[in-house]
Design a protein around this ligand. Structure first.
Ligand SMILES: *Cc1c(COP(=O)(O)O)cnc(C)c1O
Length: 397
């Protein structure tokens, strides 16, 4: 097959075509390789593969052609040299930390990261001697103040869930490198279609492919993207040993997802912006949090750092939990579920679900109020989403 050099093509094209080597069957759509092991022509070839003398597939915990296609495509989209695909987004974060950290290291982490990420750090990494400090996401000087001699990693998610707060990735990367440490960005909310952290100076990108990369809520998966040494050797070494490997079938579903990623992210962003503007004018809505709104405190940063504002917004109603639940229960179409990045719009009450494990003080510090409702805007007609939310909001009189 002709070689596809991603450097010669635009991002939309890379998302459709990078990473695939057609087999001798000349199939057009990417083949799935549901096989746990691979066969050798001779005992000598087996020995040469096992010793690493001759490259090639051995066992799907190490490499698999469908998974490799997904890894190469995502690496090309993020502009990284290496990508390691994992069984879930959390497995990606675990593999990155196990591959790159050791006992005695310290991590500075944004306090508004995915809740399970904080559980991983607090309850599990801590057992192995890795310490963590939490800082407000957008306050770059706070990251500097929390840095210790043994700090090895900065970890953030931008924009944040559910308030859409941003950090200046370029500024945070400069600070990290001045202190000789690594910056990892969980790029789940924007995807490479809207934001490319490695281009802004980050060292590592994390994905929960479960969300927008799949795009239709079907499969769990994740990935770590970065350079050949840290990701291609250290993170990969952990993965092939410990085994939180991505299944070939899931990799194939994500490949199909990537083909439409740019179109979908544009549509999610357009729908979310329209819905945010409508919510802003609604008499029952006290505040709307969405980086696409001019009054969002980091709207200007979003304009330079992202090429779209993403599909997730949140809004606050008067009357606390009771009112928020009433809005949610008053909708008929929106799915009441904590997932996001799906063609189907979803609605959630963060204070009692995704952020329910946090203490009330922690929630307060993060701005997760009882009256806050999150909507991950899907690909339905935005007028229908609006009508459905109006049904919920109309109950607050
Ligand atoms: C969902 C999510 C994760 C975890 O991904 P899983 O695939 O559910 O393990 C990590 N980070 C962010 C930002 C997420 O939204």
């Amino acid at each position: 097959m002709q070689d596809f050099d991603p450097n010669e093509y635009d991002p939309e094209t890379v998302a459709v075509r990078a990473g695939y080597r057609r087999t001798s069957e000349n199939e057009h759509s990417e083949a799935i390789f549901p096989t746990s092991s691979f066969v050798f022509a001779s005992a000598a070839e087996a020995a040469a593969r096992f010793s690493g003398e001759v490259p090639g597939n051995i066992y799907s915990r190490f490499t698999n052609p469908t998974v490799r296609t997904f890894e190469e495509r995502l690496a090309a989209m993020e502009g990284g040299d290496a990508c390691v695909a994992t069984a879930s987004g959390m497995a990606a974060i675990l593999a990155m930390m196990m591959g790159l950290l050791r006992s005695g290291d310290h991590v500075v982490c944004s306090r508004s990261v995915f809740g399970t990420t904080t559980v991983l750090l607090n309850n599990y990494m801590a057992r192995f001697g890795v310490q963590v400090s939490y800082v407000p996401l957008s306050d770059v000087s706070a990251w500097g103040e929390a840095t210790r001699p043994e700090t090895r990693l900065y970890f953030c998610e931008t924009p944040s869930n559910p308030l859409g707060e941003l950090v200046d990735i370029r500024a945070l990367a400069e600070l990290a490198h001045a202190r000789g440490l690594l910056l990892a960005v969980d790029n789940c909310f924007c995807t490479p279609a809207l934001q490319r952290p490695l281009q802004l100076g980050a060292d590592l990108v994390i994905h929960s492919a479960t969300k927008f990369l799949d795009g239709q809520g079907r499969c769990l998966g994740g990935a770590v993207v970065g350079d050949a040494e840290r990701v291609g050797k250290e993170v990969y070494g952990f993965l092939r040993t410990a085994g939180p490997t991505l299944s070939p079938f899931n990799a194939w579903v994500f490949l199909k997802g990537l083909e439409t990623l740019h179109l979908r992210m544009r549509a999610h962003s357009g729908n979310a912006l329209e819905l945010a503007r409508w919510l802003r004018g609604h008499p029952r809505v006290r505040a709307v949090h969405y980086p696409g709104l001019e009054e969002h405190p980091q709207h200007a940063l979003a304009d330079v750092q992202q090429s779209g504002y993403g599909g997730v917004l949140s809004f606050e109603v008067e009357g606390g939990r009771e009112a928020a639940w009433s809005v949610i229960d008053g909708t008929r179409m929106l799915s009441i579920t904590a997932n996001l990045g799906d063609a189907k719009s979803t609605i959630t009450h963060p204070a009692s679900t995704t952020h329910g494990r946090l203490s009330p003080e922690m929630r307060e510090a993060q701005g997760i109020t009882e009256g806050l409702v999150r909507v991950a805007v899907g690909l339905e007609s935005v007028a229908d989403v609006q009508r459905d939310l109006a049904r919920g909001l109309d109950r607050l009189r």
